[in-house]
Design a protein around this ligand. Structure first.
Ligand code: F6P
Length: 340
């Protein structure tokens, strides 16, 4: 049995933990492993690397991905899907484990329908994949964000400023919500809920009038300000996503003007995607990888392994296509309760 593994989409902490666990578990079954480099591009261009036990030593604690990743979409390329299938045959792959977000796993779902024997493993710092309670990468990203906000808090207090902290998360506010709640931020703004600039500015003005020395405003990159485009970039990736960013600076300018309080913006961006995975993410990545290899052993393909409660389970890959897990009501109401 020859097993391929690839990572697609934005990197996140925990990808190497998956690679390690896939290789180690599948070697217990006597399988051969091959790493596909640079996501689906590696299957279009036959860019691979053999992987064995020692190749994955001491990578469980490493950020990024030793396999590298891209946002390549084979369905966007001439004969892309056919080339992927043909190259999988050329490589002698009996099965593929695709580790990615909704884009990568949607490609996997479509290729599965075309005959590729594939198992999906969900990953993303954004935590926005449906049918799984959690994605690895998210916990690490939240921890780094909280650490950054703790530091931003003290400099904000020294200068009596409003500090606007922009975080990633596309159109789902999970990082903003969890990091904002865990750091005791004063305002958490998420793409799921519209907000009124004047109400926010009035609220912050009042806080400072009552003696607050700093206000932390956490804003998700996918939030929109009326009359201010969140991104000036017209660039879209192969899945049609525009590059986000810019809301923090625009918001800081507006709040400073309307509240009359000195304001600074910090964009955390890729800082929180890099670096070592948290212990939680290492374990989650390992559990998902082991279940993915079990699926291969049992001949169960076209599924995504996932976490439900505290159990690892699986769902049909096609069930996640075109969907996004946005913030639930409980989290939205927690944010409201603690916006103070
Ligand atoms: O999808 C994960 C993500 O980190 C988003 O939160 C963010 O908008 C995007 O990737 C950034 O992608 P890139 O690294 O290609 O700029």
């Amino acid at each position: 049995m020859k097993l391929g593994i690839l990572n697609g989409g934005g990197d996140c902490a925990g990808l190497n933990a998956v690679t390690r666990a896939v290789v180690r578990k599948s070697e217990q079954f006597g399988y051969e492993n091959v790493g596909i480099r640079h996501g689906w591009q590696g299957l279009l261009e036959l860019d691979t690397v053999p992987l064995n036990w020692s190749d994955v030593s001491h990578i469980i604690n490493q950020g990024g991905t030793i396999l590298h990743t891209t946002r390549t979409n084979p369905f966007n390329r001439k004969n892309g899907p056919e080339t992927v299938l043909e190259n999988a045959r050329k490589l002698g792959l009996d099965a593929l484990i695709a580790v990615g977000g909704e884009d990568t796993l949607s490609v996997a779902a479509k290729l599965s329908k075309m005959g590729l024997k594939v198992v999906g493993v969900p990953k993303t710092i954004d935590n926005d994949i449906v049918s799984t309670d959690m994605t690895f990468g998210f916990d690490s990203a939240v921890n780094v964000t909280v650490d950054a906000i703790d530091r931003i808090q003290t400099t904000g207090e020294s200068h009596d400023r409003i500090m606007v902290v922009e975080v990633m998360g596309r159109d789902a506010g999970w990082i903003a919500a969890y990091a904002g709640l865990a750091s005791g931020a004063n305002l958490v703004l998420v793409p799921e809920e519209p907000f009124d600039l004047n109400i926010m500015a009035g609220f912050l003005k009042q806080r400072h009038a009552k003696g607050a020395t700093a206000s932390i405003v956490v804003v998700g990159e996918g939030c929109r300000l009326k009359d201010y485009p969140a991104s000036n970039s017209k660039e879209v990736d192969e899945f049609g996503h525009g590059r986000l960013g810019g809301i923090g600076e625009a918001l800081a300018r507006e709040l400073e003007k309307r509240a009359g309080i000195e304001t600074r913006a910090v964009v955390l961006g890729h800082v929180v995607r890099g670096g070592p995975p948290s212990a939680y993410d290492r374990i989650l990545a390992t559990r998902l990888a082991v279940t993915a290899v079990q699926c291969v052993k049992e001949g169960v393909f076209g599924v995504m392994v996932c976490v439900r409660g505290n159990s690892i389970s699986k769902v049909p890959l096609e069930s996640i296509i075109g969907k996004m897990k946005t913030l639930d009501q409980e989290t939205l109401s927690l944010i409201k309760d603690f916006n103070a």
